[in-house]
Design a protein around this ligand. Structure first.
Ligand code: SAM
Length: 280
């Protein structure tokens, strides 16, 4: 029996189901259930929420989320070897855990969830950023989820919460902070995982704001920010040359000096630029 539920400890689960970690699937497991319960608590009050978990693996965080009272957890796992272990958890929490054996990039979770919805995951490193960008860039706001509580490599976490003028500041910071609050809520050393990854990790908690901080068309903002940071060392009038023939005038209309570099430009100014570019 474990510290948080009547199920066996995770090391025993891994041994009995032969779940040797696969690098190709980004498998670095969390085996300390006190730690996974702590991560689950960072996601907020789960008792009235459905929770989407990507990549449950042997189920450490899944058990944390259920022990913390999640109304329902939908767990999408690509590795079929993990499914029998997850089914044992489902049996211990009747009607509260739904497991899908599939690729999170392809499954539509909305068909299985009822709002309010929170997302919590120790993400596979190879698809973590892609999933985050998808969740942050729907055409309409607010999104289907209320909050994201996600484990990333420390360096990615720092890019999400970065402020202008720092090396980590770029597209991820702008997309995240435009329509969410974003904080690093936990730091984890490599030794917290089995096997330990090469780098440290951090949990980021994002709460969706009811509306964006500044008005802008999401597609235009995404495009201009991607172009600006693709050539982050260039002056904006050069980096954004392809965005409009009169880019200098539009930068000035947005209150940005054309000789400025992307790294120095704040969220409010990027939104003003997106509006200036959207005008005929
Ligand atoms: N949540 C578990 C934990 O904290 O111990 C495992 C986390 S491990 C970093 C990432 C998990 O994502 C693995 O179980 C892996 O098999 C799964 N995974 C990798 N690619 C996936 C994909 N495209 N869709 C769904 N799950 C995926």
């Amino acid at each position: 029996m474990s510290a948080i539920d009547p199920l066996p400890p995770l090391r025993a689960v891994i041994a009995s189901h032969g779940l040797s970690a696969r690098k190709s699937l980004g498998q670095n497991f969390l085996l300390d259930l006190n730690l996974t319960a702590k991560i689950a608590r960072q996601a907020g009050d789960l008792t009235q929420c459905d929770v989407l978990e990507i990549g449950p693996g042997p189920g450490g965080l899944t058990r944390g989320l259920l022990a913390e009272g999640a109304r329902k957890v939908l767990a999408i796992e690509k590795d079929p070897r993990c499914i029998p272990a997850l089914e044992e958890i489902a049996a211990a929490y009747p009607d509260r855990l739904q497991i899908i054996n599939g690729d999170a990039l392809e499954v539509d979770p909305l068909a299985h969830l009822t709002p309010p919805i929170r997302i919590a995951a120790n993400l596979p490193y190879n698809i973590g950023t892609e999933l985050l960008v998808r969740w942050l860039t729907p055409a309409d706001w607010p999104p289907f989820w209320q909050s994201l509580t996600l484990m990333f490599q420390r360096e990615v976490a720092e890019r999400i919460v970065a402020t202008p003028g720092s090396k980590a500041y770029g597209r991820l910071a702008i997309l995240a902070q435009w329509r969410c609050t974003a904080r690093i809520v936990m730091s984890l050393p490599p030794g917290a995982f089995t096997p330990p990854p090469k780098v440290s990790s951090a949990v980021v908690h994002l709460e969706a704001l009811p509306e964006p901080r500044f008005p802008a068309d999401p597609a235009v903002l995404s495009r201009v920010v991607a172009a600006a940071f693709n050539q982050r060392r260039k002056m904006l009038r050069a980096a954004l040359k392809g965005q409009a023939p009169d880019i200098e005038d539009r930068l000035i209309a947005a209150g940005i000096a054309p000789t400025e570099r992307a790294e120095q430009v704040g969220l409010e100014q990027f939104c003003a630029l997106a509006r200036a570019l959207a005008r005929p």
